[in-house]
Design a protein around this ligand. Sequence first.
Ligand code: C2E
Ligand code: CA
Ligand code: CA
Ligand code: CA
Length: 283
Amino acid sequence: KHGGKNAVGFYDPSVHSLTEQQHLIDREMLGLTGRHELSLVFQPIYGLQTHELHSNEALVRWNHPLLGTVSPGVFIPLAEANGQIVPIGNWVMQEALAAAAQWRAVGLTRVNVSVNVSPLQLIQPGFVEFIQRELTRQGLPGDALVVELTESRAIYDREQSLAIMRRPRALGVRLALDDFGEGFASLSQLRDLPLDAIKLDRNFADGLRSDNPQTVRYARGLIKASVSLAEHLGVMLVAEGVEDAGQEEILRELGCLRAQGYHYMRPKPLPELLEEVRRRDLK
Ligand code: C2E
Ligand code: CA
Ligand code: CA
Ligand code: CA
């Protein structure tokens, strides 16, 4: 079995230079969706007051027979650069919607699916029709899908991109802004975006458990400000990267309603996630 130490998620100078590795990954990405090397794992977004599952976020995994596990943090940016994000992203969308149909059929009738979508996918002609077709095929209403868009310049630059972002909403599909606090969104841009949720970058939750009291105070202040910003905009605030009960306690106290992270569940393949949900009697 290959993989393990062979993984390309990190730099291994003894095997290839970093650029050689990137070229290799680039090359291996061609035809990827036809080779059964991709899979999805899912991670719940959990209601801090309701104790309910709100949505499961789909996260892609690539297991190459020789390269081992290639982290999405490595290959997604390369796929965005070489254009392969379009077939890969479409594959993810199809599989994620099929999974949502499956968990809805076994009792998680109100749990949505969150799918990461790159700006390049969003601007493809026919993207909205593609989503519409896949939703219909799986018998899902539009509001079962949350599209997560990463904060980036590309999203805000033009009026045109705003118009494009509004299009999936016609299907009832919801939009979440990913990694908020890490990128470029300004307050006026936030106001213009047709958002349903904002996902607070993991750095915020991390700051809550720093040894430095000043860092903790600062993180609390930023989260508090984000809570009122979200209330003002009428969007849901989701804290990412929550790893322990202490962080959860503070988030709840500050009025954050939703959270995601290892404290609730690690990303898991669908059968394992369903098993865990059953075991813990989550709804
Ligand atoms: P993201 O969308 O911000 O996803 C959250 C990342 O944080 C995931 O990493 C997840 O496994 C990890 N994570 C979740 N909870 C915790 C926690 O409590 N602590 C820590 N330390 N980490 C946590 P992953 O799966 O490696 O994905 C990395 C990034 O790759 C994602 O960040 C997303 O931007 C991108 N990505 C993943 N799948 C897709 C996809 O299907 N399409 C696109 N366009 N991008 C994807
Ligand atoms: Ca995300
Ligand atoms: Ca994120
Ligand atoms: Ca991220």
